[in-house]
Design a protein around this ligand. Structure first.
Ligand SMILES: *Cc1c(COP(=O)(O)O)cnc(C)c1O
Length: 397
């Protein structure tokens, strides 16, 4: 039987060569030659002012929350439709995540909903660029300027994607990237904090924070002759071995994105007739967004139907996935005082969403196989059940 996994890591072919080179340089810890190369590449390619490589986007988000000096009573607005790391970063500082509704057209934070959640205690907004498609950053930046709030972008899924010509991760004061094994450019576990601000005090705090609270950064730059403990800090530095792998991946970033674009467009072309007939919703990329084609999802009629389609695709050898359990309706969200029904758009969409396989090495015949099988499964459903839903995912519920 044909087996198409939901995800499969991609190798550019240069990873082993760079790992070998890193090994031969005799430094496996962080802050070596590959770390510098990756920092430079990210800074130059995406236009980030300062880049701090980390072991995950989770750690980059935690660094951002520390740098912002979030504390008890502070509120941070974010979507409920995200990965728990977005909220954990805030809660680890004792601050409160405030969940806002999403725009059904993109599954991204709705700026109007954000504005309605702003209070005197709001400190920051964390837009999450779902699927590698940018949030409405012009409007969110406008709100942040008007209410004097800081933007921390959760751009974990959005490396090499842009909004109105500017790379995601560089719109906010800080941006967080992920290089986790499931992301487009990967070293297994990795991330980056982008600091888009030249405030020297913020910069030196970030340098100390990532160096276990020492001034080792100054030492590495030759500014002091030994280093010592100067502030609070932790260890977020990735090994040179990881950065060797990441360097290979990021050098091929545009080629990887181009391959994913072709897969994404094949899905969109193959499924558009079903979307136009109102039978399913499909991933839509607004005109002013350039995606990195991280995900391709469809929206089905309801949870039961979504689960049935998922099962039937699995029987045909096709791996799919759903997510997220909205954070506000999770056990932790309940403890924060939320109840099901608080964010009906988020809840309705998350239980109807199904992600199709999309990975860099996927062949066009594999994509066609998924499209054909999905069409067959949907046709059968129409046969046994009723004829068409007239929903389209833009209608939300
Ligand atoms: C993957 C992801 C994260 C976490 O990334 P890690 O590098 O695994 O810590 C955070 N937020 C979003 C939206 C993600 O997709």
């Amino acid at each position: 039987m044909v087996r198409i996994p939901f995800h499969k890591p991609f190798e550019t072919g240069h990873e082993l060569e760079y790992i070998q080179d890193a090994l031969s340089r005799g430094q496996l810890s962080g802050d070596g030659s590959y770390t510098r190369r990756v920092e430079t590449l990210i800074g130059e390619k995406f236009g980030a002012r300062h880049v701090f490589l980390t072991t995950s986007a989770t750690h980059a988000l935690e660094m951002a929350a520390l740098l912002l000096d979030l504390g008890p009573g502070d509120e941070v607005i974010m979507p409920s439709f995200t990965f728990p790391s977005t909220a954990n970063a805030v809660m680890l500082r004792g601050a409160i995540p405030v969940f806002a509704e999403i725009d059904p057209a993109t599954m991204n934070l709705d700026p109007g909903a954000v504005e309605s959640k702003i209070t005197g205690r709001t400190r920051a907004i964390i837009p999450v660029h779902y699927a590698g498609i940018g949030c409405a950053m012009d409007r969110i930046a406008g709100l942040a300027a008007h209410y004097r709030l800081v933007i921390i972008e959760d751009a974990a899924q959005a490396v090499n994607a842009s909004y109105r010509g500017r790379f995601l991760g560089t719109w906010g004061r800080m941006g967080c990237y992920s290089f986790h094994g499931t992301k487009n450019f990967s070293c297994g576990e990795g991330g980056a904090l982008l600091l888009n601000d030249d405030d020297p005090e913020l910069l030196s705090r970030a340098e100390q924070l990532i160096q276990k609270g020492t001034n080792r950064h100054q030492f590495l730059k030759g500014e002091v002759d030994k280093y010592t403990w100067v502030s609070l800090g932790s260890s977020y530095t990735p090994s040179e071995l990881l950065m060797a792998v990441l360097y290979a991946q990021l050098l091929a970033a545009d080629e990887i994105t181009e391959r994913r674009r072709r897969i994404h467009e094949a899905y969109a072309a193959g499924l558009r007739p079903l979307a136009e007939a109102g039978r399913i919703g499909i991933t839509a990329i607004p005109d002013h967004c350039r995606s990195n084609y991280h995900l391709f999802y469809i929206i089905l009629e309801d949870r039961r139907y979504r689960d049935a389609v998922k099962r039937q695709l699995e029987e045909r050898g096709i791996g799919t996935a759903s997510h997220y359990v909205p954070l506000h309706s999770s056990p932790m969200g309940r403890r924060l005082g939320y109840a099901p029904g608080d964010l009906p758009l988020t809840e309705g969409l998350s239980e109807r969403l199904l992600r199709l396989p999309i990975w860099t090495g996927m062949s066009s015949s594999e994509v066609e196989y998924v499209i054909e099988q999905l069409k067959t499964v949907l046709r059968q459903h129409i046969g046994v059940n009723h004829g068409g839903f007239g929903i389209g995912h833009r209608s939300g519920l």
